[in-house]
Design a protein around this ligand. Structure first.
Ligand code: CDP
Length: 251
């Protein structure tokens, strides 16, 4: 396999678009689009956790809820939770948990809701990227940012940011969602659907880092813009945050 169906190079991301402040009622919110995949994340909290026996007196509980809208895919998705959404919610919580300063907010809960409104592969990664932005937008203290991207193998070629068409490649494809932190470059999510050799995995991780570094730039740009216009300490109400947008990518 030499050419990708949409003409991208092996190390090229789909076109991206990011925006924060998309849900006024939330404490923080963000939209992240990569190609035809669109994720919206809304953060509520830190707020007191009920029922109280679930509280942790040492740190906040980070709860992530991933959902894909019925209309997000061509073949209507059955509404409600599924094994897949429970798994993705859990890995999202793991991918974000290590960067959030949970010890600052004992006995509280931080709820992160991720809604996929359009899906064309890579939805868990788009969700994690949007959720990290929404947490930062909510003013939740974080040690660093997190971005996520899927890498994989189509036939014998390792490529960045697979589309659904590529994932369904008839001769077989492997899909590796990866989340990376912005400063330490720690990997906080690594899953594998398919088979790869050790060499291919190493190549894939290099591509993932390249992709995440591009995503960090967009996350930073959008968040800096919103806080330059309205510094965090002067924030008088979430509803006053203005939606701002930034785009990147070549397509
Ligand atoms: O979306 P992600 O790659 O994180 O997870 P996946 O379970 O590997 O799903 C890959 C893609 O399959 C999704 O992004 C959707 O485009 C599609 N999908 C679908 O059409 N219907 C579903 N019920 C689940 C996934």
């Amino acid at each position: 396999m030499t050419n990708r169906p949409d003409g991208r190079k092996a190390d090229e991301l789909r076109k991206m678009h990011a925006k924060v402040g998309v849900i006024k009622r939330a404490d923080g919110s963000a939209l992240f689009q990569i190609g035809d995949t669109i994720a919206i994340a809304a953060v509520y909290g830190p707020r007191e956790l009920h029922p109280r026996f679930l509280q942790n007196p040492e740190k906040a509980v980070l709860r992530c809820h991933y959902d894909m809208a019925s209309f997000s895919v061509t073949e209507r998705k059955k509404p409600g939770p599924s094994r897949r959404s429970v798994e993705i919610s859990l890995v999202t919580q793991k991918a974000l948990g290590s960067v959030v300063d949970l010890k600052l907010f004992p006995n509280t809960v931080i709820d992160v809701f991720i809604q996929i409104i359009q899906a064309n592969a890579g939805t868990r990664c788009a969700g994690i990227t949007a959720a990290a932005m929404a947490l930062a937008h909510a003013g939740v203290s974080m040690k660093e940012m997190v971005a996520a991207i899927s890498v994989g193998k189509i036939g014998d070629k390792v490529v960045l940011d697979l589309t659904k068409e590529e994932e369904d490649f008839e001769s077989g494809a492997s899909d590796i969602p990866v989340a990376i932190t912005s400063y330490d470059k720690s990997v906080t999510l690594l899953q594998l659907d398919g088979e790869v050799t050790r060499k291919e995995l190493s190549e894939a991780l290099k591509l993932a880092l390249k992709g995440c570094n591009e995503i960090f730039k967009i996350q930073e740009k959008v968040l800096k813009e919103v806080y330059t216009q309205q510094p965090f300490l002067e924030k008088s109400g979430v509803s006053q945050k203005q939606p701002l947008a930034a785009s990147g990518g070549k397509k």
